[in-house]
Design a protein around this ligand. Structure first.
Ligand code: HEC
Ligand code: HEC
Length: 341
C-alpha cells in the first residue's frame, strides 16, 4: 500500500518536473527572441543589372543573403536560427551585394565569373540553406544559362592570331621594363603620365621590387585571368618556418593579375596587365585592417585604388578575414616544403 502511494507520489512529482522543464523551454524560447538585433535594413543603392532570365534565378536563389532585399521565411526569423541567418547575411552582403553593385564592366564581369564559379561547383547557394529553402536550388539548365551569359561578357581568347600574340608580348615587355618613381602622398599628383605612381590612400607606396621576389603561386581563377603571387624574403621565410599565425611584421605579398589568352598550341600566356595588389604586414600601422595593409594599383599606369584611406576596410578585408585562422589572412600559401630549398 505504502509502495503504491509512493509510486503515485513520484509520478506526480515527475510530472510536475517535466511540465516545469517544458514551461521553462517555452519561456526561454520566447525570451531569446528578444536577444540580438534584427538584420540591418539597408536601401537599394545600386541594383545589379543582369538579363531578365539571369536576374530571376539570382533573385530566387541568392538575394536573401547577397542583397538588401532580404525576404526571409518565418522560421528564419526565430532565434536561435535567426542568429545564424543574420551572420550569413552580413558576411554574404560584405563579399557581394546585388543592391550595392559596382557596375563598371570589369567589376561586373569579375563578380559574374565568381557567381558562375560558385554555382557550378555547387558551393552556392549554401548547402545548409537549401535544406529549409528548396526553392533556391538551381537546375543544370539554369547553370547553363548563367554560363552562357558570363561567357558572352568575355571576348573569345585568340586562336592563332599573331597580331594578338604580338600585342600580348608587347604588354609583357612594357610591364617588365617600366620602372616607376613613386611620389609620396596619395593626392599630391592627380596625373602621373610622367612615370610616377601615387601611393595608395593608406600610404602604401608602389614599388617594382616584387618582380624580383620568390613566386609563391601561379593560378587562374576560371575568369579568364591568371595571377602570380610573390612573397618578399620575410614572407617566404615565415612560410618556410610555418610562422604564419600571425605573419611577422615586414612580410609583404604581391599579386599580379593578367588577362590570359590561349594560343593555337594550347599555351596560356598573359595578355593585358590588369593590376597588382599588395598586402603589407605591420601590426601598428594597419590596425584598422587587422595588421595587414592593402593596396591595389591598376593598369600599366599603376593607378592606385581607393578614394580614402578606409577603402581596405570596405573593399578588401572581408574576404581575406575568412582565411585569418587557417593561413594568416592569405589565400595562396604554398606548403612550407615548396619554399624551402
Ligand atoms: C544563406 C545565405 C547565402 C545564399 C542564399 C547565397 N550565398 Fe553566396 N555567400 C554566402 C556567404 C556567407 C559567403 C561568404 C563566405 C563563403 O564564401 O562561404 C558567400 C560568398 C559568395 C561568393 C564569394 C564572393 C567572392 O567574390 O569571393 C559568391 C560569388 C557567392 N557567394 C555567390 C552566390 C550565389 C551566386 C548565390 C545564389 C545562387 C549565393 N551566393 C547564395 C551566403 C549565401
Ligand atoms: C571578394 C573577395 C576578395 C576581396 C574583396 C579581396 N580579395 Fe584579395 N584575394 C581573394 C582571393 C580569392 C585570393 C586568392 C585567389 C587569387 O589569387 O586571386 C586573393 C588574393 C590576394 C592577394 C595574394 C595573396 C593571397 O591572399 O593569396 C593579395 C595581395 C590580395 N588578394 C589583395 C587584395 C586587395 C588589395 C584587396 C582590396 C582592394 C582584396 N585583395 C580584396 C579574394 C578577395
Amino acid at each position: 500500500m505504502d509502495r503504491t502511494l509512493n509510486w503515485i507520489e513520484m509520478d506526480k512529482r515527475t510530472k510536475r518536473i517535466a511540465s516545469t522543464i517544458f514551461l521553462g523551454i517555452v519561456l526561454v524560447s520566447i525570451l531569446i527572441q528578444f536577444i540580438g538585433a534584427p538584420i540591418e535594413k539597408r536601401p537599394i543603392l545600386a541594383e545589379a543589372q543582369f538579363p531578365k532570365e539571369i536576374n530571376t534565378i539570382l533573385k530566387r536563389a541568392c538575394y536573401n543573403c547577397h542583397s538588401n532585399v532580404t525576404d526571409l521565411k518565418w522560421y528564419d526569423k526565430l532565434a536561435p536560427i535567426s542568429w545564424f541567418v543574420k551572420k550569413d547575411v552580413e558576411l554574404a552582403r560584405s563579399v557581394m551585394n546585388f543592391s550595392e553593385w559596382d557596375s563598371t564592366p570589369a567589376a561586373h564581369k569579375g563578380k559574374s565569373w565568381a557567381i558562375l564559379n560558385m554555382v557550378k561547383s555547387e558551393r552556392m547557394p549554401l548547402g545548409k540553406y537549401l535544406v529549409l529553402h528548396p526553392e533556391a536550388r538551381i537546375s543544370s539548365s539554369e547553370i547553363k544559362a548563367i554560363e552562357n551569359y558570363v561567357h558572352s561578357l568575355s571576348k573569345d581568347a585568340f586562336i592563332g592570331d599573331t597580331a594578338r600574340k604580338e600585342s600580348a608580348n608587347k604588354e609583357f615587355e612594357i610591364w617588365k621594363q617600366r620602372k616607376f618613381k613613386t611620389v609620396g602622398k596619395h593626392l599630391e599628383k592627380p596625373d602621373h603620365s610622367d612615370g610616377t605612381v601615387r601611393s595608395s590612400p593608406n600610404e602604401i607606396a608602389y614599388s617594382d621590387d616584387f618582380k624580383k621576389w620568390k613566386i609563391l603561386s601561379l593560378n587562374t581563377l576560371y575568369d579568364g585571368t591568371m595571377r602570380v603571387t610573390y612573397g618578399n624574403d620575410i614572407a617566404v621565410r615565415a612560410i618556410g618556418e610555418e610562422q604564419i599565425d600571425p605573419f611577422p611584421n615586414g612580410a609583404i605579398v604581391a599579386k599580379a593579375v593578367w588577362e590570359q589568352v590561349e594560343n593555337r598550341y594550347g599555351e596560356i600566356i598573359p595578355d593585358k596587365f590588369v593590376n597588382v595588389q599588395f598586402m603589407v604586414k605591420n601590426n601598428s600601422k594597419y590596425r584598422d585592417t587587422e595588421g595587414w595593409g592593402f593596396a591595389k594599383f591598376s593598369t600599366q599606369k599603376r593607378t592606385p585604388y581607393g578614394k580614402t584611406s578606409d577603402f581596405a576596410v570596405t573593399s578588401c578585408i572581408s574576404c581575406h578575414r575568412l582565411k585569418a585562422k587557417e593561413t594568416g589572412y592569405l589565400f595562396n600559401v604554398p606548403l612550407k616544403t615548396a619554399v624551402q630549398k
